[in-house]
Design a protein around this ligand. Structure first.
Ligand code: MSP
Length: 533
């Protein structure tokens, strides 16, 4: 009973979703990009002490999946099972996704709710039968407007996203009265300026809706791979209006009112810009029709290219995440995509760029800092963190830089500006490296007087304390590296508990790691990589 006085949960919830992925082909770094971004948000919010639900899954119905199954000579269900088991679940482990749930649209927890939801909308009078004829792109699973198409060879009309020929479909279908929601949608974009983000996506959606909306065909009768329409068994639901409902069916809609009241509306749906309209126009209109609250935010990220080219299976430019992770590790993979591409802008992947970032930010930046500090504590203090002497201006500046870093990163995460949050932490790593370069502890070590020893202890304490905060702040993006760093700082032994229990707010505090912690140098966080492999 979430609204009962005195029983309101004090814990903030945070519900983040990825799109559910088509089981047509193996995952690419493009799909994994959305997953990693959602994972970083989920981990960061958990570290704020929030109750997080991170959902991902697979979209298994529709013509495109049916065609992929037919090409491989198996049933659609067998094909979906195979791809989920061999590809879509395993890739989550490859990129270290910490999703709390994985929904498949063929599960009955979903299909039953899809039928109930649309029956309600049908009963309320927002669904009618009609004829639709128009160009259809199977890759998008979407009817196109004639004006959107681009010209191909021999006068063929092509989908602007997939650059493949569209088909003319003509069917008697059920329609959802989307057009009547245009004004309510515009009012939503107006009253909730961050409902669609970034700003460019918001503007695109507003001008699209201002042109007027067409009603949406929501059923198909030419094939049967879909959720059956409950009031007409010759039809199955159109894949998109089945798929979008995953966000509420996994949250307990229609089955678990307490959970649903706690987690819904979702805090953010992360989507690629190609599927923005489905999420920012059709989805809220569907929810309005059923009297369900709309999500808080839809954030459209950009499109990843490889070497300046669109990724394409036919041109063999699609890269599987494992190809990168096997060589660079999952943390470097996550760091690279989250730091170097402005979240919301397009980005281009190249092996050269990845190698350069690995060397500069990770091996020479963070890795080198950690190994120098742990080695010096080993060499000068037998691995036991000394008690710091009085903090000088340099140490105060470092502590202030840390507090600023946490404030900047936290605020960036609230805007889903993930790259800004990661960059803030990297800048702090740079500040700590700069601090060591200025204070030259290796020179101070030559002064063996009590004053010299005290100053050396102060510097190494400040550096180790900074690393403690860096481990906490990088844990969302590089969970493995952060855990190794935590180990090598002896933080758990010094009474701080495990890394996952550390809060973002703790990162901003100074003086948390206690003197006496036992530091060990351990293996390099980012070993030099052999270029040949
Ligand atoms: N099944 C639909 C989503 C339904 S959500 C209710 C779908 N699936 S998809 O597998 O084609 O794409 C899933 C996500 O991967 C989308 O957010 C899409 O933008 C993203 N990407 C696929 N290729 C991409 C790039 N090359 N770059 C960045 N993201 C891209 O659409």
């Amino acid at each position: 009973m979430p609204n009962q006085p005195g029983r309101v949960s004090a814990v903030t919830t945070f519900y983040v979703t990825t799109p559910i992925y088509y089981v047509t082909a193996p995952p690419s770094i493009g799909n994994a990009y959305t997953t990693v971004a959602a994972d970083v948000l989920a981990r960061w919010h958990r570290q704020r002490g929030e109750d997080v639900l991170f959902l991902t899954g697979t979209d298994e119905h529709g013509q495109k999946v049916l065609e992929a199954a037919a090409e491989h000579g198996v049933s659609a269900q067998e094909w979906a099972d195979r791809l989920v088991q061999q590809e879509w679940r395993p890739v989550l482990a490859v990129v270290d996704a910490s999703n709390d749930d994985f929904i498949r649209t063929t599960e009955s927890r979903h299909t039953k709710r899809v039928q109930e939801f649309w029956q309600d909308v049908y009963d309320a009078g927002d669904v009618y039968e009609g004829i639709y004829e128009g160009p259809y792109c199977i890759a998008c699973e979407e009817f196109k407007l004639p004006g959107e198409l681009i010209d191909g060879e021999g006068g063929a009309k092509l989908c602007p996203i997939h650059e493949r020929p569209v088909e003319i479909l003509s069917e008697t279908n059920y329609f959802f009265a989307l057009s009547k929601y245009a004004d309510r949608l515009l009012a939503l974009y107006e009253s909730e300026p961050t409902f669609v983000q970034p700003e460019s996506a918001r503007n695109e959606v507003i001008s699209f809706v201002k042109q007027g909306l067409q009603d949406l065909s929501i059923s198909r009768s030419s094939f049967d791979w879909g959720v059956p329409v409950p009031w007409d068994d010759k039809h199955v639901f159109y894949v998109w209006i089945d798929a979008l409902l995953n966000y509420i069916t996994a949250a307990g809609y229609g089955t678990d009112p307490d959970t649903f009241a706690r987690v819904w509306p979702a805090d953010v749906h992360l989507v690629g810009k190609d599927i923005l309209r489905f999420h920012a126009v059709i989805w809220p209109a569907m929810l309005m029709a059923a009297g369900v609250e709309v999500p808080r935010r839809v954030f459209a990220h950009g499109w990843l290219q490889v070497g300046g080219q669109k990724m394409s299976k036919s041109k063999a430019t699609a890269i599987h995440p494992s190809e990168i992770v096997d060589h660079f590790g999952s943390d470097a993979y996550r760091y690279y995509f989250m730091k170097t591409i402005g979240f919301g802008s397009d980005g281009s992947f190249s092996w050269e760029h990845l190698s350069a970032i690995y060397a500069s930010d990770l091996a020479n930046g963070l890795g080198n800092l950690a190994s120098r500090v742990t080695a010096m504590v080993g060499r000068y203090f037998d691995g036991v963190l000394p008690e710091p002497g009085e903090a000088g201006t340099a140490e105060q500046a470092l502590a202030e830089a840390l507090a600023r870093t946490v404030a900047v990163a936290n605020e960036a995460i609230d805007r889903v500006a993930i790259h800004e949050a990661v960059t803030a932490v990297t800048d702090f790593v740079g500040a700590v490296n700069g601090y060591l370069a200025d204070e030259e502890p290796w020179q101070v070590a030559k002064d063996t007087s009590a004053t010299g020893r005290r100053r050396l202890g102060t510097i190494l304490y400040a550096a180790a304390e900074s690393l403690r905060a860096i481990a906490v702040l990088h844990a969302a993006v590089m969970p493995r590296t952060a855990a190794s760093l935590w180990d090598s700082l002896g933080a758990e032994g010094a009474g701080l508990g495990s890394l996952v229990d550390q809060r973002i707010a703790d990162a901003a505090r100074w003086g948390v790691l206690s003197a006496g912690a036992v530091l060990t140098k351990g293996a390099a966080l980012f070993p030099r990589l052999d270029d040949a492999s």
